[in-house]
Design a protein around this ligand. Structure first.
Ligand SMILES: Nc1ncnc2c1ncn2[C@@H]1O[C@H](COP(=O)(O)OP(=O)(O)OP(=O)(O)O)[C@@H](O)[C@H]1O
Ligand SMILES: [Mg+2]
Length: 238
């Protein structure tokens, strides 16, 4: 039933000038689930997330968030509707403190009034950020910066978060911790789309997976029903 869909992407085509980066991409994410999108470098994962969050305008196709069309809307209109991107490379504000970065995440008027409460919740989820609330973001460790990027996304009180390569460049023990927090976020009812190159970890966390290759979805299914060989073949286009 479409009511229980957090996200419905249909037949998306995306061009960068005359280069076509997405071809007829369709995907569905049920409310409350964790869905992973995997694929090699350049397969179009970030393009997909950037399009959903409104940074790119599709040439063809539709995007529905909880049944409402959002394709073509810019981020300042998609964020208040409940979808927030944790971008590749974190994109935190390096010369602002942890606290100031979180404040920047709550820019809509409605959120602003609840800002301190939401910041307290973020600090509960990531206690290390509380300890470092006055510290400049660029002096945080890589793992702490990633936690800040996730916490900042949570400041807009999203119903759906899109996470682009949150484990990139981090030590396994930190990745495990971050995934644990994501699990807690999901427990609160927030739907999550995970884009990862770390196939094993993201398949383990997800209830549904999509594999992308050269701008197309080439395989989809429940991770438990996909064989390692199927995933490998789709990933490498064998
Ligand atoms: N701004 C841009 N202008 C032109 N081409 C682009 C642009 N951004 C991405 N592309 C191209 O679109 C394709 C998909 O890129 P995208 O960044 O979506 O892949 P990805 O799956 O996220 O890769 P990675 O795993 O390396 O992050 C690539 O061929 C890339 O070169
Ligand atoms: Mg990418």
């Amino acid at each position: 039933m479409s009511e229980s869909l957090a996200l419905k992407v249909r037949d998306l085509d995306i061009f960068y000038k005359d280069f076509q980066a997405l071809w007829n991409v369709s995907l569905e994410v049920r409310e409350g689930k964790i869905v992973s999108v995997i694929g090699a470098n350049g397969s179009g994962k970030s393009t997909l997330l950037n399009t959903i969050s409104g940074l790119l305008d599709p040439t063809r196709g539709t995007i529905e968030l909880f049944g409402e069309r959002i394709d073509g809307l810019p981020p300042h209109e998609t964020v208040p509707r409940g979808v927030t991107l944790v971008p590749e490379g974190r994109r935190i504000f390096p010369r602002l403190t942890v606290y100031e970065n979180l404040v920047m995440g709550s820019y809509t008027p409605r959120r602003r009034s609840k800002r301190e409460e939401t910041i307290s919740k973020a600090y509960e989820l990531f206690p290390v950020l509380n300890e470092r609330h006055d510290q400049m973001a660029d002096t945080l460790s890589g793992g702490e910066q990633q936690m800040l990027a996730i916490a900042r996304a949570m400041m807009s009180e999203p119903k759906l978060i899109l996470c682009d390569e949150i484990s990139l460049g981090l030590a396994p023990v930190i990745i495990k911790d971050i995934y644990k927090r994501l699990g807690q976020i999901n427990q609160e009812g927030i739907t999550i789309v995970l884009v990862e190159q770390d196939v094993k970890r993201s398949l383990k966390a997800a209830s549904q997976a999509y594999v992308m290759l050269e701008g197309k979805i080439v395989l989809e299914g429940q991770p438990s029903s996909l064989t390692e060989e199927q995933v490998k073949n789709a990933y490498f286009g064998i």
